[in-house]
Design a protein around this ligand. Structure first.
Ligand code: AMP
Length: 377
């Protein structure tokens, strides 16, 4: 029994074939440059290319034992927070949410429509990236703006990367052999997108992303927190349009905006070579990360475990060390040897005596989506 998991962006289609029971990923890949010269013409052509690649790797569609197609949908808005079997009514509701997530939901919708056309006999399931944070307590979910305007326009903090935060926090409990209900956790999802969450007893009490995935940590190409005054100033004074500013904050900001580099491996090389803009980008990134870790330690009062995940969190020992160095007075001590070890898989990197356990746990959003699919079909 397998599930095909699809994650569609405006010009890319990521796919994976997952066995939800064993957690095994049979195949995965990405088709990029959709609509570009030399790339597939559209998302349907991209999906067919993915099938060709699967067949080329010996995975014929008919022989895969697919029982469902799982679709990652970034924004579920105020109401959609359970994995849901796709029908026309659901598509219409997701479409209505497009203004809340103009960069992310339209390509996901397109991917669902194409996949339903190409695989009409399978159930398709939408899994929302906001779902885990649906019950964020009001103090964390509410922006301090006029309540009527917020209500009219569904403005609240939604949170994203929910599938990852939920998966990793459960994995942490499993790894520690402690009941999830007993743990106070901080999860640091540090990939190209980055977010942190504070989780008590398996339920989130805060997260760094908000109405959109732009709030919070410094990311690969997104600014994270910024004074909203910057937006008005650029609009009014620099003559930038809303679209210009959206592009600036999503694509020309973050580590990349500061030094032109998005990959942390290259960033470290440039820092080692004395590159000042790379060093500033790194320092700004770490400063923001430490600020939120401190905030969440205060929110939680007692923290049992801090977990790093995603591309940077799983692989970059320097980021992990710099994020938590000097915090022994707060009960956090990294074992530098464990932290440097190139091991894969879930592992502890805190010192034996550290009151707060620090873990590295690889995230697996595809597996989490596949399991959500099986649960609802
Ligand atoms: P993700 O969005 O989770 O796929 O993370 C992608 C990012 O992880 C890349 O842009 C890199 O900055 C970072 N990354 C991946 N591998 C490594 C590595 N071995 N060391 C440091 N950073 C890495």
């Amino acid at each position: 029994m397998t599930v095909l998991v699809l994650n569609c962006g405006s010009s890319s289609l990521k796919y994976a074939v997952v066995e939800p029971d064993s957690g095994r990923q049979l195949a995965d890949g990405i088709v990029e440059r959709i609509g570009d010269d030399g790339g597939p013409a559209d998302h349907e052509a991209a999906l067919r290319l993915a099938f060709d690649a699967l067949a080329g790797a010996g995975h014929d569609l008919d022989g895969l034992g697919l029982v469902a197609v799982g679709h990652r949908v970034v924004h579920g808005g105020p109401d959609l927070h359970e994995p849901t079997i796709v029908d026309d009514a659901l598509l219409e509701r997701i479409e209505q949410l497009s203004p809340l997530a103009p960069l992310h939901n339209p390509p996901a919708l397109l991917g669902i429509r194409v996949a339903r056309r190409v695989l009409p006999d399978l159930p398709h399931v939408a899994v929302f990236d906001t779902a885990f944070f649906h019950d964020l307590p009001p103090d964390a979910a509410t922006y301090a703006i006029d309540r009527e305007i917020a209500a009219q326009w569904h403005i609240r903090r939604y949170g994203f990367h929910g599938t990852s935060h939920a998966f990793v926090s459960r994995q942490a409990a499993e790894f520690l052999e402690e009941p999830l209900e007993s743990l106070s956790q901080i999860v640091l999802h540090l990939g190209n997108g980055a977010s942190a969450s504070a989780i008590v007893g398996g339920r989130p009490v805060d997260t760094t992303m908000g109405l959109t995935p732009m709030e919070g940590l410094v990311m690969g190409t997104r600014s994270g927190d910024i004074d909203p005054g910057v937006i008005m100033y650029l609009w009014r004074t620099a003559g930038m349009t809303v679209e210009d500013i959206e592009t600036l904050l999503n694509k020309r900001s973050g580590v990349s905006g500061l030094c032109g580099e998005i990959d942390f491996r290259e960033l470290h090389k440039r820092i080692d070579a004395g590159d000042e803009s790379a060093l500033l980008a790194y320092d700004v990134y770490i400063h923001r990360l430490r600020k939120y870790i401190g905030a969440y330690l205060a929110l939680l009062g007692r923290t049992d475990v801090i977990t790093f995940t995603a591309g940077v969190g799983e692989n970059d020992a320097a980021v992990r060390l710099d994020a938590l160095s000097g915090l022994a007075p707060l009960g956090i001590e990294i074992d530098e040897h464990l932290n440097e070890s190139p091991a894969r898989g879930p592992r502890r990197i805190s010192a034996e005596m550290s009151p707060v356990t620090v873990l590295v746990i690889p995230t697996d959003e595809e597996l989490a989506i596949a399991r959500d699919c099986v649960r609802v079909i």
